[in-house]
Design a protein around this ligand. Structure first.
Ligand code: ZN
Length: 432
């Protein structure tokens, strides 16, 4: 088990207060802090650019916002919580009656302490979010308020971060998270920090990696669409990926299946949970969700899964100010990190080989593969290395992967991987 608890906790506290959205300086600041963990390349896509059916929006930045009552007291203050302003609110400064203001105030009656999170990216408007308690205590009929949102919508850019970790094969796996949420810890900061630490660990073992890893930090939806559009060729050759989000809550672990239910990645996650004695929920693939919506679309069809701990939509504090640092603990992030690393370890070793000697059996002794003394059983299994070699040569026809073979033989994939490496070195097996 890797123990990155303390470090992850440090970043959780530093990144939490930053005001992020789908564009803006908060995202740049976030990516800059992540560059302390991994050498991220930051790319800007200019406002107005067409990406498939979408257009990169104007950049949104906000300095301050508040509501003052008729006595001039600030009753709502953006500096206290950045959730108080609807993301992408247009600038406004005026005196307004409660009746007029009411339509632009958002609150949740069912969780009176929570400030809801609201956005208005593609419809120019403004709004404030307040807790139901604040709504009841600080506002009254007939009163006049002064409101100010000191924001700016301008031609700028949409910032993304990416890093390509090259392994022995050019075949890539995608690891994606989204950086567009303001101060909420599970959605999506848990995913951002976990992704950064996954990349950090992969960089440490880069020379042993069988696959390459495309790790991206994008604003949700528009960022994933823009990135896919700008990297279409590379993205279209990816078959599997991870969308890392909501993995740090207090509730149960679970995973969302990729679009093909029988895909190896779904079964692998279940193996990882079982090997760790972790109870888990299974969420079948659904067209709702996060950026797997884009990556699973017809043009890409990437089998993406998500390990969650209190998945988006499911927990009470979802998209509220109570999704905070009391709800997400660094210990949970470290646990999610370790589950992901174990999953990636399996994904990495899942190779498709072709036997270069398909006609009858290979003369193993000639290649120094036949044991001098027979019958030795491998530790923690009831199969010998010789039997693994024989089965692998029998199965590897350029179509079946090592995970599938491990399931057929009921043998840990790492043991099979070890023997296939010997066969690859002796040029009996070739990677497809
Ligand atoms: Zn969200």
């Amino acid at each position: 088990m890797k123990d990155c608890t303390k470090e992850m906790g440090g970043y959780l506290k530093r990144l939490f207060p930053i005001n992020r959205s789908i564009t803006g300086d908060g995202n740049r600041k976030t990516l800059k802090i992540l560059q302390e963990i991994i050498p991220l390349k930051v790319v800007e896509y200019p406002s107005g650019q067409q990406v498939y059916d979408w257009t990169i929006p104007k950049e949104w930045n906000i300095k301050d916002a508040w509501i003052k009552n008729s006595k001039g007291e600030k009753v709502i203050d953006f500096q206290v919580s950045n959730l108080h302003v609807v993301s992408y609110s247009t600038p406004i400064h005026k005196k307004i009656s409660f009746e007029e203001l009411k339509g632009n105030l958002h609150y949740l009656e069912n969780i009176p302490e929570a400030i809801p999170y609201r956005t208005s990216y593609y419809n120019e408007s403004w709004g404030f979010c307040v807790s139901y308690k604040q709504y009841q205590e600080l506002f009254q009929e007939g009163e006049e308020y002064e409101i100010r949102i000191d924001s700016k919508l301008s031609n700028g850019g949409l910032s993304i971060g990416e890093i390509l970790i090259k392994g022995k094969s050019k075949k890539e796996y995608l690891i994606s998270c989204y950086i567009c949420h303001p101060s909420m810890a599970n959605d999506s900061l848990s995913g951002v920090i976990t992704t950064a630490f996954i990349a950090k660990e992969l960089l440490k073992i880069q020379d042993t990696l069988e696959h390459s890893y495309r790790v991206v930090f994008v604003p949700e939806t528009i960022g994933a669409i823009a990135y896919s559009s700008k990297n279409e060729k590379e993205m279209k050759s990816i078959d599997n990926g991870l969308v890392v989000t909501t993995c740090g809550g207090l509730g149960d672990f679970g995973y969302k299946q990729s679009w093909e239910e029988g895909n190896f990645i779904n079964r692998m996650i279940e193996d990882v949970f079982n090997e760790n004695n972790v109870m888990f929920l299974t969420y079948p693939f659904d067209i709702h969700g996060s950026d797997e919506r884009q990556y699973s679309s017809q043009g890409f069809r990437i089998n993406c899964t998500t390990i969650s701990k209190d998945r988006y939509y499911e927990y009470d504090y979802y998209h509220t100010s109570l999704d905070n640092l009391d709800f997400v603990k660094e210990e949970s992030l470290n646990k999610a990190l370790n589950l992901y690393l174990q999953l990636i370890n399996k994904m990495d070793k899942n190779i498709v080989y072709k036997n270069l000697y398909p006609n009858c059996e290979v003369m193993l002794s000639k290649h120094d593969l036949y044991p001098k003394t027979g019958g030795a059983i491998l530790p923690n299994s009831d199969i010998s290395a010789l039997d693994i070699i024989l089965w692998v040569l029998y199965y590897c026809d350029g179509r079946i992967d090592l995970y599938e073979i491990s399931k057929k033989l009921n043998v840990n994939m790492c043991l099979i991987y070890k023997e296939t490496k010997r066969l690859e070195n002796k040029k009996i097996l070739e990677r497809v």
